[in-house]
Unconditional design. Structure first.
Length: 124
């Protein structure tokens, strides 16, 4: 496997992680607030776990694990793992766009710093 393909697998891990975060947020919001009674809470969570969209997000975890094992067989862990930090700005920006979540200068500054850090580690 080439290094380019391995980096493609890391990118796939990032994309699937971001997808899973957005799907879970969407379905949790659609399900409504968590009930206070234990039995109602258990039923609420069970309904979420059986939701086909949530199942797709959970399935991403298996796909990520497989892609990750393949990627780190070819890449240094220090570079591959730090690259996955791109999930943070992507989720933050996507949360603002998809869910109308507020972002302030700190989120923007942190996202820029993370992206800059990834650029630095890849400039070797």
């Amino acid at each position: 496997m080439s290094r380019g393909f391995a980096f493609g697998l890391v990118a796939l891990c990032v994309v699937l992680t971001v997808y899973a975060q957005f799907i879970v947020k969407w379905r949790v919001e659609a399900a409504g607030p968590l009930p206070s009674a234990f039995a109602d809470r258990a039923y609420h969570v069970l309904r979420l776990l059986l939701d086909p969209w949530v199942i797709s997000a959970i399935s991403c975890g298996l796909a990520i694990a497989i892609a990750w094992m393949m990627a780190i067989s070819r890449l240094p862990l220090s570079i591959a793992y730090l690259t996955t930090s791109l999930t943070f700005p992507l989720v933050a920006l996507g949360g603002a766009w998809l869910f109308r979540e507020q972002i302030d200068w700190r989120v923007i500054a942190g996202s820029v710093l993370i992206a800059a850090g990834v650029l630095v580690i890849h400039s070797r």
